[in-house]
Structures are given as structure tokens and as C-alpha cells.
Ligand binder design. Structure first.
Ligand code: GLY
Length: 363
């Protein structure tokens, strides 16, 4: 069943159309955009172009996209200043206007890059997000964070820019590589801990449809994650307060990604490991009951995510964590959980507590 969510108390309003078959709404949306005089410019990557390009471009047919599809190489290296510059030139040469729309067709890399390009070209164009990966559907396509990477670190340059339209159709998930799908489940697990328990119950009861990627089941999972995120983003679009809770597990995850090397470990996989560390820290610092970590470990195992990893020395991870974007004056910016559905943020975690907590995931 398709569903609609409106994110309104943000700088730009966003309409989210989800559920199996939501993609079909694109035809009418494209016709509406054309009637309003807008043109569409599609940014995608080679893999997604091959898997979904024909179907999506057929839906966007009212926009006559003859020369308006830019196919980029897949992978994290595409999320660069050089790619953004290539997109700006491509749009400029085609005479793109402010009332035209950049359409991001792809996973997190394409979504973040296209969002950044749309927010900066002519100081802001229209933006539609058509997220094709689970990670992009439940997290990165919603909430308006855009970014490119620098040599010095991931997501260091970006903007807050809400997409006009997001269409997380779970039918896209059918063509995802197994590791990419499981990676997305790491972010889903994060929402299960932040949520009041309903999502955790849903996941625990739905392992068969989750692994079968059943659209009718996954549309409920995706809706629940997005609904949680949208509520938080409406309260704190620019990440000055409660939005930090969406970073549960991310201090360790980013440290793992930096230390092991980007691409060596998937972001969602790193988040899954980071969740267990965050829960161990939470037991020590804010009194989280221990059974929550045990339950989370079982959930991650059932989802096919790792709960242990060969780690670099704790000092190296602590160093990487101290350079995290979330660090603010006077706080390590750590997110903890008092209980299921009760996150606390900006927690200052002593080094020895963090160091000990890392041991729970050490192989
Ligand atoms: N992925 C965290 C956020 O959007 O704030």
C-alpha cells in the first residue's frame, strides 16, 4: 500500500511518497512539473541506470529527457568536489534554470551528490530523490543533508536542503547486491533502538519477509524509519540539538570507517557494530539495562550483520573518534540510550569507558 508523509516545518517543504508502487506516481509528477514549465535533469550511476533506468525514464517521459541524463561511475569516489563541478558544468551548458529539477536516481552517493548540486547550482534548484538502496530509503534521502567528501574526510562539505519529493519505493530493493541490502539493515536497526519498541518488534517478527525483501513488509519498515526521522528533522532541521540522536552508533562507525579505510567496511555494517559499542557505553554512563544490548546482538545476528570485528588498537579508534564532526567544545558528542526509545545526546564519554566498550565488538 502506498503512503504519503509531509515534512513541513523545515526551510523547504518535502513530500514523501512511499510504499510498493509509489514510483508510479512519478508520471503524474513529471507531467505536473512540465506543465509548470520545469525541466528535469537526472543524475544516476551506471549500475542503477542498467537496473532501473529504462523503467524510471519511461515514467518521466512527459519531461522528454533526451539530453538530460548524466550517468556517473558507481562508488564513494563519485561523491567528490570534482563530480559536483562536472554536474554544475553539465547543468550550465544545458541552460538549467532555478525552477528546473535535479532528479537523484540512486543510492546514498548519488543522493548526497545530487542534493549538493541542486542546493548550490544557481543557489538552489528543485530536487527529487528517488532512493534505490535501503540505506538511502530509510535514512540519507530524507531530511535534507547533502554532502561531498574531501581528501581529509567524509561529508565535510555540504548543505541542508530538503528535497521537494522523495519516492522510497521498496521495489527498488530487488536489484540491490546482498551486501548493500544488509548494510542498509544496519541503519534500520538504529531506528529500531531509537523508536519506542514497535519497530524492533516488527523486525524480530519479520525475518523471513526481510530476507526475502518483500515489498509489502519492507514498505512498513521503511515508513516507520522515515516517520521517526521526519519527526526529528522537523524539530531540528539544522542539527543543533535532537537531530544528533540520529547518530546513535555513528561515533564508533565513523572511527571504524576511517581506521579500516573507506570501502573496507560498509557504513551500515559499521553502524551495527557502533550500536553495540554505544549500548555498552550507555550501560556504564546512563544506566541502560543490559538486556537491551543482548536483544540488539540477537537482532543484528538475525539480520545478517556482524557483532564482532577485527579492530585496530583502541587508541587509534579513540583518536579517529575525537576528530569526528559531532565533536563540539566540551563534549565528545556521543549519543547514548537510557532505554529503548530514550536517546540522549551530547554525552561526554570518558576515554576509558569508550575504550572498554570497544572490547564488546572485538573479535
Ligand atoms: N543521518 C543522520 C541525519 O540525517 O541527521
Amino acid at each position: 500500500m502506498t503512503w504519503r508523509m509531509d515534512v513541513t516545518s523545515t526551510g523547504r517543504p518535502s513530500v514523501i511518497l512511499g510504499g510498493s508502487g509509489s514510483l508510479d506516481a512519478l508520471e503524474e509528477r513529471a507531467a505536473g512539473a512540465v506543465d509548470a514549465g520545469s525541466r528535469l535533469y537526472v543524475l544516476t550511476d551506471l549500475n542503477v541506470r542498467a537496473a532501473w533506468g529504462d523503467q524510471v525514464l519511461a515514467l518521466l517521459a512527459p519531461a522528454e529527457l533526451r539530453d538530460a541524463v548524466l550517468v556517473l561511475p558507481p562508488g564513494e569516489t563519485t561523491k567528490s568536489v570534482a563530480s559536483a563541478a562536472a554536474c554544475w558544468e553539465w547543468l550550465a551548458v544545458r541552460g538549467a534554470r532555478r525552477d528546473d529539477i535535479v532528479v537523484a536516481l540512486g543510492g546514498g552517493v548519488i543522493g548526497d551528490l545530487a542534493g549538493f548540486v541542486a542546493s548550490t547550482h544557481l543557489r538552489g534548484m528543485g530536487l527529487w530523490q528517488l532512493p534505490t538502496s535501503l540505506l538511502a530509503q530509510v535514512d540519507s534521502s530524507v531530511g535534507g543533508k547533502t554532502a561531498v567528501n574531501l581528501g581529509a574526510g567524509k561529508n565535510l562539505v555540504g548543505s541542508f536542503y530538503q528535497p521537494d519529493l522523495v519516492v522510497p519505493d521498496p521495489r527498488f530493493l530487488a536489484t540491490l547486491a546482498d551486501n548493500e541490502y544488509i548494510n542498509g539493515l544496519g541503519e534500520v536497526a538504529k531506528y529500531a533502538l531509537l523508536d519506542d519498541g514497535g519497530l524492533l518488534d516488527l523486525l524480530e517478527s519479520g525475518m523471513a519477509p526481510i530476507h526475502a525483501r518483500e515489498p509489502a513488509f519492507m514498505e512498513r519498515v521503511i515508513e516507520r524509519c522515515i516517520s521517526y526521522k521526519a519527526t526529528v528533522v522537523e524539530q531540528d532541521e539544522r542539527d543543533n540539538g535532537v537531530r544528533a540522536t540520529l547518530n546513535l552508533g555513528h561515533t564508533t562507525a565513523h572511527a571504524l570507517e576511517v581506521s579500516l579505510g573507506y570501502g573496507t567496511i560498509g557504513h551500515g555494517t559499521a553502524v551495527a557494530l557502533g550500536l553495540l559499542v554505544a549500548l555498552a557505553v550507555s550501560e556504564a554512563v546512563v544506566g541502560l539495562p543490559t538486556p537491551v544490548r543482548k536483544r540488539t546482538e540477537s537482532l543484528l545476528e538475525a539480520l545478517g550483520l556482524p557483532t564482532r570485528a577485527v579492530l585496530p588498537p583502541a587508541e587509534e579508534l579513540l583518536g579517529a573518534a575525537s576528530r569526528d564532526k559531532k565533536v563540539r567544545a566540551g563534549s565528545s558528542g556521543f549519543v547514548c540510550l537510557r532505554d529503548l526509545g530514550r536517546p540522549v545526546w551530547n554525552v561526554d564519554v570518558p576515554r576509558d569507558v569508550f575504550s572498554q566498550a570497544l572490547e564488546v565488538i572485538r573479535l
